[in-house]
Design a protein around this ligand. Structure first.
Ligand code: TPP
Length: 292
């Protein structure tokens, strides 16, 4: 079971989520597993044990411990893993989750991406501890700090953490030290609060993809021809998936009211009726491709 922030689509891709499934979620069409009720990039997949992404920072951390505790009670040879940023560790949920995991000895891996920034707030304005790993240790959680821009170091740390979590039934915290080279989101301009040359240094000297690519090229497993073929093939697959997702039918309006209550309460029935009456009165103001 894996519990996420919106920054881990790579994990989902690795588990086999298709580009079409990604596109369906982003367009909130009828094939989206969230039935169009989530913001874009808030993926989820029952099949791939991928809990739907939560926007609210850090809420996924105690949920992961709960999932891990239940795996332990069911005596499953499995663990839960959750991802969050350095900003997430400033939330109460992080601290409650650490303690809960330590005392219940639950098999959970906490992966913290310490990228130095929570939007425009640098870590120096968030905490005075020596990073995140010491915070895990303070709660009695085995913790390790890794170069988060070294793919092989991360692989090795996560692999060992999984073995420990599953075989020894214990929580593990991994602090991946990295940097957010992009802006926080498309509505952010990070050059307003950090020097452009700092961003450039991380982009040029420390980029994890470039480093990994260099390593596979040196070993003769990859080259520029394979790279450009892969890039153009993925680009056309992605454009194809987007075209299909864009054209697909939207989920029916009724789906807004399902999946929470077994028997829909009277106030929601009333809202449903009101919504349909309003759509019937102002049909031009509602998207024509949403079935009523
Ligand atoms: C409880 C809560 N407070 C504020 C926000 C607004 N917000 C969205 S992302 C973000 C910063 C997150 O920083 P971090 O946890 O370090 O993750 P990063 O974006 O760097 O990966 C904030 C404050 C939110 N989503 N939830």
């Amino acid at each position: 079971m894996t519990l996420f922030s919106p920054r881990e689509p790579g994990v989902l891709l690795w588990r086999g989520f298709t580009l079409q499934e990604f596109a369906n979620q982003c367009f909130g069409n009828k094939a989206d597993y969230g039935k169009g009720r989530q913001m874009p990039i808030h993926y989820g997949s029952n099949k791939l044990n991928y809990f739907t992404v939560s926007s609210t920072i850090a809420t996924q951390i105690p949920h992961a411990v709960g999932a891990a505790y239940s795996l332990k009670m069911d005596k499953k040879d499995a663990c839960a893993v959750t991802y969050f940023g350095d900003g997430g560790t400033s939330e109460g949920d992080f601290h409650a989750a650490m303690n809960f995991a330590a005392v219940t000895e639950s098999p959970v891996i906490f992966i913290c991406r310490n990228n130095g920034w929570a939007i425009s707030t640098p870590t120096s304005d968030q905490f005075r501890s020596d990073g995140i790993a010491v915070r895990g240790q303070a709660y009695g959680v085995r913790s390790i700090r890794v170069d988060g821009n070294d793919a092989l170091a991360m692989y090795s740390a996560v692999r060992s953490a999984r073995q420990m979590a599953v075989n020894e039934h214990r929580p593990i915290l991994i602090e991946a030290v990295t940097y957010r080279v992009g802006h926080h989101s498309t509505s952010d301009d990070s050059t307003k609060y950090r020097p452009a040359d700092e961003i450039e240094w991380w982009r040029m000297a420390r980029d994890p993809v470039t480093r990994f690519r260099k390593w596979i090229e040196i070993n003769g497993w990859w080259g520029s021809e394979a790279e450009s073929q892969l890039r153009s093939s993925i680009r056309s697959q992605l454009l194809h998936a987007i075209q299909i997702a864009e054209r697909a039918e939207k989920p029916p309006v009724n789906d807004l009211f399902t999946d929470v209550y077994d028997n829909i309460p009277s106030n929601l029935r009333e809202q449903e009726k009101l919504l349909k009456e309003t759509i019937n009165r102002h049909p031009k103001d509602y998207p024509a491709d949403v079935p009523i």
